[in-house]
Design a protein around this ligand. Structure first.
Ligand code: T46
Length: 153
């Protein structure tokens, strides 16, 4: 993670709370465009069988917006928007984390059996990835210059 201060990342990262239909047969959560997820979902993928100690992510996206959900187990999402850093512990399938574009993410501390569901606003595009931290900071700076604030999307 880049060496900057732990502080709120406003506008770029939003915790989401989903409702559940609780039933003696088991709970059910439904996610709908606009009501629960602010973008049309073009891709769904999930991380599973993650060995304890493994780390995922380590990049930012130029355009992609995503919602991450701990469907099972737990993990920590470490985030950096170039101005501040933040960590979110996810362990509840009724909670999601909305990540806007230009947020560096590292996903760590997966529990045994954890499943991370990712709802994505775009189809897979390797060109959308920023894997170099200096390039990430350069693009954040450029975005800030163009939009007047690091929080602008
Ligand atoms: C993110 C975190 C949470 C595909 O072919 N299609 C896909 O939709 C994805 C996501 C990946 N891949 C291929 C590309 C690589 O050969 O799967 C391999 C592993 O992907 P990656 O190293 O990017 O996986 P993570 O877990 O580090 O990152 C993924 C997402 O790529 C990323 O957008 O935010 O999960």
């Amino acid at each position: 993670m880049l060496g900057i201060q732990e502080m709120a990342i406003t506008g770029k990262v939003t915790p989401l709370q989903f409702s559940a239909i609780v039933d003696p047969r088991g709970d059910l959560t439904a996610l709908e465009y606009e009501k629960d997820i602010p973008f049309l979902i073009k891709r769904v993928y999930y991380l599973y069988n993650v060995p304890v100690g493994a780390e995922r992510g380590g990049h930012a996206h130029k355009q992609l917006r995503q919602v991450l959900i701990a469907l099972s187990g737990s993990f920590t999402v470490k985030l950096n928007d170039g101005a501040g850093i933040q960590s979110h512990f996810l362990n509840n399938p009724r909670c999601g984390l909305l990540l806007e574009r230009l947020v560096w993410r590292e996903i760590v501390d997966f529990s045994h059996g954890a499943v991370c569901l990712c709802l994505a606003s775009e189809q897979y595009n390797p060109d959308d990835y920023i894997r170099d931290q200096q390039e990430f900071l350069r693009q954040v700076e450029e975005n800030t210059r163009d939009n007047g604030t690091p929080q602008s999307n």
